[in-house]
Design a protein around this ligand. Sequence first.
Ligand code: PLP
Length: 360
Amino acid sequence: MKYNRTYNFSAGPATMPEEVLEEVRDEMMNYRGSGMCVMEMSHRSKVYQQIIDEAEQDLRDLMGIPDNYKVLFIQGGATLQFSMIPMNLMKNGKAVYIETGTWSKKAIAEAKKVGEVIVAASSKDKNYTYIPDCSDLDIPEDTDYVYICENETIHGVTWNKLPNTKGHVLVSDQSSMFLSKPCNVSDYGIIYGGVQKNIGPAGLAIVIIREDLIRDDLTDLPIYLQYKTHADNGSMYNTPNCWAIYVCGKVFKYLKKIGGLEEMEKINIDKAKVFYDFLDQSKLFKGTVVPEDRSLMNIPFVTGDPDLDAEVIAYTKKAGFENLKGHKSVGGLRASIYNAMPKDGVVALVDCLKKFEAEH
Ligand SMILES: *Cc1c(COP(=O)(O)O)cnc(C)c1O
């Protein structure tokens, strides 16, 4: 490896495309003749306006975002959206949430502070190892929206088929699967995510919101918490996370260059298959999620013995693989293999785990 970098399986902040880091390095001291680094630039400058405009346009091209959707760059990570969504969308004070793991649970807890939350389906009974059947949910007529976390980063479950919302607005947290595959934006009212899992540096959320969901009757809400504020000001009501937007823009261009989201999905399926095929034939390691709901991005797995799990983590670390410890709430191991993780990294990790298995 060119820079003696490690294979980093972190769930986020996570590995980035090397090509993007190289470009950022090359532009560090003098961004395209501006005489300064992007970190040093006024967000009101022409040169920065072009950076944010291009980032938005490239994201629109990649995802095929229709014109009646706004793209907002908002600080506060995905977590702030747990609050902003109910504060802005609960007109009738009622929303349906599907509970599929840690991140949807956190969103539920915040929404309950704003209005009535109906948990219409949950996979809690089996420790969030599957996606519940949501083809015929009981959804009250006056529900403001239906909320899902489309890829549960900690539990490693993903939605392959969206819930039947019966005509209600669908809101999706795509933090850990953003841009991992094509997405039909018009199926949703809001798609949002923190960018530090699958796109860029931490401290930024991207919110793709259908225009009719942006309300102007929320004047009592703190101004920063209204989507309208961000939409009316081109995501620059105040100083945005200029740096993260710049780097995300580079990742969008990189994804376009490699062939867009169709190509990215092919790569991700192929890459994840290497790991799941290994788990399925292993006598020592087991995946924790039912096969049909397995994530392409986050793969939790266990040996069944916490002491042995700890041994595996130490063993892989010594061999140069970082961040394979499962989240503290679930234990075991987890390999996060986002867009930027090369297949070589997954193959090398599997070889290492095979070696461990042979020795034990
Ligand atoms: C990481 C994560 C979050 C929280 O993101 P922050 O940017 O740290 O607030 C929310 N949802 C999902 C699915 C995540 O993976």
